[in-house]
Design a protein around this ligand. Structure first.
Ligand code: ARG
Length: 406
């Protein structure tokens, strides 16, 4: 009889390594591993060999970086999507793409199920499973970590040793780390106490601000239709540009975040993030929009940004609402082209200049010199009518303006 096949989203870490063997035993199935390259670097070294050694029938490593940047990161950047005001969502934006690549391999390989290594108390299980439900509802989803017998890392390591699964590369790290091009998320260990300042070793890709260079670093970013296309006068691909900004920002201690956030499953969690490129690009993009968007569009877009971020965070990427929101955002980005100069200095980021062919800044209107072309007298009638409702209200309700006696 032909064996059942299961596609496993595989990072090469301890949990997903145990999953390969565990599913094989429990379901007597053939395991196909799928590892998505979202720019996580370290984790990818030797991952394919490791999967095969662990017993996978086939091991896919998919380079998803270009798609990640163009189809996931940039839409979120254009929308100004920051969860709970600050978090640029590297992890959250990556999950739907990993799910998509998992589903594609599962279909190609004739799998009946897919599996992931997310726990039962996080956001990622939701992001994975809602994405699979949208893209391939016929596939079963297995989440071994939610149901297996292991209660600790030590038990998992013992299982690995028993089955000859290489664990050397999964050397104990005091933190749980998720990394990709758009940022790094660091939790667990001493970080679980929100009153504890993150120790120096928690940070993976940024220098401590006090050790950053004593001179500011200036970066000129070119945008076209809301998307960055060049750095310091040099055009480059999205992947290159983000890589580069991560290095420059990281060297200046830019992009560190320490947040207590609301998970979808109701838990408050404390997470430390490093996202140099995301921080710089969101900042620069917002500064350019200040110059080129009309007031109403800009204010409306800021409200949409919060909803857009919630959708990403809450696993609702593959939804008609997100697609419709993108249509709105893309319309607004037709004028978001130009140059933004930023200054990075010891963990800080400042605006140093901005210019655009679509700039709405009109010196003749803004100036206080004799060049001034604004019709000051027109303001008289404007204010008279603009203030008419409150004038009427308070002339009828004078008592409401009186100071209360204590
Ligand atoms: N809290 C972030 C999110 O839900 C990141 C989750 C993964 N974090 C980690 N350190 N492994 O998007």
């Amino acid at each position: 009889m032909k064996k059942e096949r299961i596609a496993v989203a595989y990072s090469g870490g301890l949990d997903t390594s145990v999953i390969v063997k565990w599913l094989q035993e429990k379901y007597n199935a053939e395991i196909i591993t799928v590892t998505g390259n979202l720019g996580q670097k370290k984790e990818l070294i030797g991952v394919k060999e490791k999967a095969l050694k662990t017993g996978a029938k086939k091991a896919y490593v998919q380079d998803l970086r270009k798609e990640f940047v163009e189809e996931y990161i940039y839409p979120a950047l254009k929308a100004g999507a920051l969860y709970e005001y600050n978090y640029p969502m590297a992890t959250a934006i990556g999950r739907p793409l990993l799910a998509k690549s998992l589903v594609e391999v599962a279909k190609k390989e004739g799998c009946t199920a897919v599996a992931h290594g997310c726990t039962g108390k996080g956001n990622d299980q939701v992001r994975f499973e809602v994405a699979v439900a949208a893209l391939a509802p016929e596939l079963k989803v297995l989440a071994p970590v939610r149901e297996w017998e292991f209660k600790s890392r030590e038990e998992e390591i013992a299982y690995c040793e028993k089955h000859g699964i290489p664990v050397s590369a999964t050397k104990k790290n005091p933190y749980s780390i998720d990394e990709n091009l758009w940022g790094t998320a660091i939790e667990c260990g001493v970080l679980e106490d929100p009153m504890v300042e993150p120790p120096a070793d928690a940070y993976q890709r940024t220098v401590p601000p006090n050790l950053a260079p004593d001179e500011p670093t200036r970066v000129m970013i070119e945008f076209k239709d809301g998307v960055p296309i060049g750095l310091n006068g040099k055009k480059m691909s999205g992947v290159q540009l983000i890589d580069h900004l991560n290095d420059i920002g990281g060297a200046n201690g830019v992009g560190r975040l320490d947040l207590v956030e609301n998970r979808l499953v109701g838990i408050k969690s404390r997470e430390v993030y490093e996202a140099p490129a995301a921080t710089i690009l969101h900042f620069a993009h917002r500064e350019l929009e200040r110059l080129v968007l009309d007031k109403d569009t800009s204010h409306f877009k800021a409200k949409l940004a919060a909803d857009y971020a919630d959708m990403i965070y809450n696993g609702l990427w593959f939804t008609p609402l997100r697609v419709a929101m993108d249509a709105f955002v893309n319309e607004t980005q037709k004028v978001v082209s130009g140059f933004v100069k930023v200054k990075l200095y010891k963990g800080n980021i400042d605006i140093a200049g901005r210019t655009s062919p679509s700039s709405l800044y009109d010196t003749k209107l803004a100036t206080y010199t004799e060049e001034d072309s604004f019709d000051h007298k027109a303001s008289i009638g404007f204010i008279k009518i603009y203030g008419l409702p409150v004038k009427t209200f308070y002339s009828v309700n004078k008592q409401l303006l009186k100071k209360k006696k204590k």
